[in-house]
Design a protein around this ligand. Structure first.
Ligand code: ZN
Ligand code: ZN
Length: 85
């Protein structure tokens, strides 16, 4: 189980249902564990970055349309092109 780590990848613990989001993908060997179990890759969420202050946010829930995120008076930019759903 070594799928490449992606920005925005959400992992869920099969035991306690805790969820984590990858904000920085620095290695391809991330295998998060919780409750002594490997966490499951469940979905990928969009991550945006402010071009001015470099704040980063992950969109955990959204309607059909992507939210318009503004930071420092500028639209935030997608961190990484997402594979077509
Ligand atoms: Zn857990
Ligand atoms: Zn900003």
């Amino acid at each position: 189980m070594s799928r490449p780590v992606r920005v925005g990848q959400v992992y869920r613990c099969p035991v306690c249902r805790a969820e984590v989001v990858v904000i920085n993908a620095a290695t391809a060997a991330l295998e998060p564990r919780c409750c002594n179990q490997p966490m499951e890759a469940v979905r990928v969420v969009p991550v945006y970055r402010c071009p001015v202050c470099f704040s980063e946010v992950a969109v955990l829930r959204q309607d059909d349309e992507a939210p318009e995120l503004i930071c420092c008076g500028r639209p935030m930019e997608p961190r990484e092109a997402r594979a077509a759903a």
